[in-house]
Design a protein around this ligand. Sequence first.
Ligand SMILES: Cc1cc2nc3c(=O)[nH]c(=O)nc-3n(C[C@H](O)[C@H](O)[C@H](O)COP(=O)(O)OP(=O)(O)OC[C@H]3O[C@@H](n4cnc5c(N)ncnc54)[C@H](O)[C@@H]3O)c2cc1C
Length: 417
Amino acid sequence: MTRPTVHVVGAGIAGLSAAVALAGTGEAHVVVHEGAAFAGGRRRPLFDEATQAAFEGGADFILSSWTSALALIEAVGAGSQWRPAAPEGVVFADLATGERWRLQIGRKRRPWSWLDPRRRPPGVALSDLWPATRLARAPIAAGLSAYTPRFGTAAERLWRPLALVALNVELERASARLAGAALGAAAWGGAALLTPTRGLARGLIEPALKTLARRGAATRFERRLTGVEVDDGRIAALDFVHDRVDLAPGDAVVLATPPHETAALAPNVAAPQEFASALHIHFAALARRDAPPLLGVLNGTIHWLLRGEDSLTAVVRDAGRLIDRPRDQLAADAWRDVAALTGQSDAMPAWRVIRRKRAAFAGTPEQDGLRPGCATAWPNLFLAGAYVQTGLPDCLEGSARSGAMAAERVRAWIASR
Ligand SMILES: Cc1cc2nc3c(=O)[nH]c(=O)nc-3n(C[C@H](O)[C@H](O)[C@H](O)COP(=O)(O)OP(=O)(O)OC[C@H]3O[C@@H](n4cnc5c(N)ncnc54)[C@H](O)[C@@H]3O)c2cc1C
């Protein structure tokens, strides 16, 4: 009997996760169709016209408790590429007051360490942390600010940064449930922050492509899906820009495209419709060796400052108001913060601004409520993507998990036939 073919559309982290899981079983032939010329989706390396070189558009962090992301990294043999990102803890700086503090996230972090006032942001009392114990059980429609204060020290130093970094929205709009999911492992479980030593391309994307090739899967680039054809209650054909693929009755499709594309390609599939933007502003500046690798910033234009080998990257989350400003103005505003934080001179070094209007789905209760499951109304069509309902915000773990979930569903469907 000929093996069925599973068409995975989209080679972002979710598509790669589904394809790697399916290609590993030998139960189906796997073909990955990617609309762009590169894999990696939102995290693919960018290309600089001026220097004619590829570069990574920002650092990536995962938690050591994120089992699906780590399982994918291990499955493609890239475990050795990852190292602890901030073993000494994540430093925060308040530009308004000049205060600095360190939040320890890591293996030594245990729930009872919050009892020690030195381990909490200054001015944050133990009672301010109480809401965190209730978030994981919050209903899907609940907002984070129904559980936390909206003003005051705990709001500004704890809950607002959490909402921005994990859910890409302001505290007032954040989902309680998603905040609980993001906070859980880091705050209570002692999970460490990990980062790829030489970027996500080498830490996951390239090893995944090699693994797929080794397992006999085909990966095709610049193949943009423009529509699906339904016949007899199943997906019967895929229309690409230049050609069409007919599906045999046992063939399946994993649509691992972003939510707005998926909603257009597969009518009747509900998906998040609101996205948060992000700005990454890279400066060709060397940080002092003792500068923290990851600096959270309060009361500035920027929200994070990342120290690279030969650059500093300023990150603005939920950048809605700023994203359309002229690039040189964005760079100048960000550099003002960077100079104040690092003690560098006001003379701005070479810079590059990367705007992402759809960096992530907005982590609000409304958008969380729109997330679909893996299965669809068509028995041979499955969904994967960070936006699929995984209980997690938009993150690498959610993408990897949704891909693994879709692969499981496909296998069960194939086995049931
Ligand atoms: C700048 C930035 C930094 C981030 N940092 C972190 C981090 O540190 N830690 C973390 O956990 N998460 C981070 N995230 C979030 C994480 O990167 C995403 O959750 C994840 O990459 C989403 O992957 P995905 O596969 O679901 O979707 P996508 O990356 O959007 O992939 C979808 C793929 O489908 C392809 N496609 C679209 N339409 C078609 C079509 N019609 N036909 C064929 N192919 C199509 C696209 O080209 C793309 O390759 C970050 C995101 C951004 C933008």
